[in-house]
Design a binder for this molecule. Structure first.
Ligand code: NAG
Ligand code: NAG
Ligand code: NAG
Ligand code: NAG
Ligand code: NAG
Ligand code: NAG
Length: 499
């Protein structure tokens, strides 16, 4: 997450002026060769190896990364080695990590056939995460939700392999609850149980039983981890949208994983709470889908499980709000055709929304349903898939900068991503210990990063234009995160198979 002091504002005077494309990129062949989706998919998964914390296995393919943070959890007397660094820093933030797990699992559940030979890598990426969640939830009524003091971490530009920043362990429990982390962790465990059900039923059972325990903890002791842990989690991964969405989301995944409707009341209650909040806000509908806000994902997930008319209306309202021609459009598009929804990490919304559009469209095609926007406009499901495809193509280089926003993919991609490990020399070339300030020259330089974090997708353009500044000083644009790639796994699998 946004790291170091930003020492100048990310203005674009240094950029070449861009001529705006007059129209939305069309899904039909425009003379450009199609992206190499298979290559992008395998890189999208390789990225997770670069984010690994803990003891690396012999199969590690990104070999410039080494073992790190082996003693995590020691201050709390537990073993919390493993899991993922969430972004360009070295903190293990449990809330977005769990969300990453849910979306990786959803990608696998929905697109396991399309993943083909990459299914094994997708399972590996997910298991690295769920193994960690099992450690973090091993004690009843307690979740270890974060390892690493974020202030200490963000004050230094250090490699994970030899960091000397404070690895403080943070927890929620019955006196200091965290219903959003519990709900999301339950969602991840439940979704992963489905993803592993056929290949490893014993592991799936373990994940599912833990998901239920964790959910019950989050539901019994209600409160936000932002209140319980204050400045240690806010403003880093503060749950601004409230925890009702995570309780509903966790319940929806539990229903799906258990083939039951035992959590139905929880889902309905959560949705009612979210709806009341929306009405109180009364500011026209804005949609998000990411580590903070799960609402759109809940409607799409429920829609693929059953046809309930109120939920169907909300799912339809959401997808209509993304279509470029829709009167109820709630997002903007850049002149080059990228969905623009936030000045933060915009690519999270791009991959998350595109994933939901694709899942919904496939469901409508499967059940022979229809989509109606703006009261009476019939929209073919293929139009949703076209939007999703245009976003993925943009991300991979079909954009006014001719630039791929995935590191290591295509001829031109970001060289100065905001990522500590990628910037600093590998232990292979610089085995001597590097301390807090030793990284500064590597941060300051305009030379490219020393290590390719292959597959890392950056935040990308984030001001409504297609402008992009390749600078470590602009984390909103150049920092990769685990939750941008998770839905992209499913998207790339689909487009690789079906074009
Ligand atoms: C419960 O969590 C709070 C907040 O993390 C922590 O300060 C407290 O020590 C924990 N209680 C127990 C009994 O571990
Ligand atoms: C749920 O149903 C699916 C499909 O019938 C089945 O494969 C799976 O084992 C079931 N899961 C559980 C936990 O019973
Ligand atoms: C970066 O994102 C945050 C929101 O996450 C926003 O407040 C800030 O203005 C953005 N900074 C830039 C330079 O775009
Ligand atoms: C849902 O059910 C309604 C009527 O009960 C039907 O008109 C609609 O097509 C169905 N939608 C889907 C996606 O099955
Ligand atoms: C991108 O590629 C197109 C076609 O190959 C070319 O016309 C255009 O000038 C390129 N733009 C940039 C910014 O390189
Ligand atoms: C690097 O950044 C520091 C501030 O963190 C600054 O004092 C120093 O002048 C910068 N060096 C270069 C070469 O830009």
């Amino acid at each position: 997450m946004a790291a170091k002091r930003v020492m100048f504002s990310c203005v674009f005077s240094m950029l070449v002026a861009l001529t705006a494309a007059a129209t939305m990129p069309s899904a039909v062949a425009d003379g450009e060769p199609p992206p190499d989706y298979a290559d992008a998919l395998s890189k999208c998964l390789l990225f997770y190896e670069g984010q690994r914390s803990g003891k690396l296995p012999p199969t590690q393919r990104l070999t410039w990364r080494k073992d790190s943070a082996l003693n995590d959890g020691q201050d709390a007397g537990v073993d919390l080695a493993g899991g993922y660094y969430d972004a360009g820093d070295n903190v293990k933030f449990g809330f977005p990590m769990a969300y990453t797990g849910t979306l990786l699992a959803w990608s696998i559940i929905e697109f396991s056939e399309e993943l083909g030979p990459e299914l094994a890598h997708a399972h590996e990426a997910l298991r690295w995460l769920t193994d960690y969640l099992l450690k973090a939830t091993a004690q009843p009524n307690r979740i270890f939700v974060q390892v690493g003091d974020p202030y200490s971490d963000h004050n230094c530009w250090e490699r994970p392999e030899d960091m000397d920043t404070l690895r403080t362990t943070y927890q929620v429990n019955d006196t200091h609850p965290g219903s959003e982390v519990a709900g999301e962790t339950a969602a991840a465990l439940a979704a992963a149980s489905i993803a592993f059900r056929s290949s490893d039923p014993a592991y799936a059972d373990e994940l599912l039983s833990r998901a239920e325990t964790v959910y019950n903890f989050g539901h019994t002791y209600q409160g936000s981890y932002g209140t319980s842990l204050g400045k240690w989690v806010c403003p880093f991964y503060c749950d601004y949208s409230g925890y009702q969405d995570e309780l509903s989301w966790g319940a929806a995944w539990l229903n799906r994983a258990t083939n039951s409707s035992q959590y139905q009341n929880h889902i309905v209650h959560g949705i009612q709470q979210m709806q009341m909040k929306t009405q109180l806000d009364d500011t026209g509908r804005e949609w998000f889908f990411g580590w903070d806000n799960k609402e759109a994902g809940i409607y799409i997930l429920l829609e693929t499980q059953k046809n309930d008319s109120e939920n169907s209306r909300l799912a339809e309202e959401f997808v209509c709000s993304l279509l470029p021609q829709s009167l109820s459009k709630s997002v903007e598009y850049t002149p080059g055709g990228l969905i623009y929804n936030t000045q933060g990490c915009n690519m999270q919304d791009v991959t998350g929304f595109s994933f939901l559009l694709l899942v919904y469209a496939r469901h409508i095609i499967n059940v022979g349903g229809t989509i109606t926007c703006d009261n009476n406009v019939q929209v073919p499901p293929s139009a949703l898939i076209d939007v999703a495809r245009s976003q993925v193509k943009y991300l991979l280089g079909d954009n006014p900068n001719n630039m791929s926003y995935m590191v290591g993919y295509g001829a031109k991609f970001p060289q100065m991503i905001h990522h500590r490990g990628s910037t600093l020399p590998s232990m292979d070339t610089h085995p001597e210990r590097m301390f807090c300030r030793d990284g500064e020259p590597y941060f300051n330089t305009t030379a490219p990063n020393l290590n390719l974090l292959i597959g890392a997708v950056v935040g990308g353009p984030n001001d409504g234009t297609d402008n992009f500044l390749d600078s470590r000083y602009c984390p909103n644009q150049t920092e990769p995160t685990t939750y941008v790639n998770a839905p992209l796994v499913g998207l790339l699998a689909y487009f690789n198979k079906h074009g």
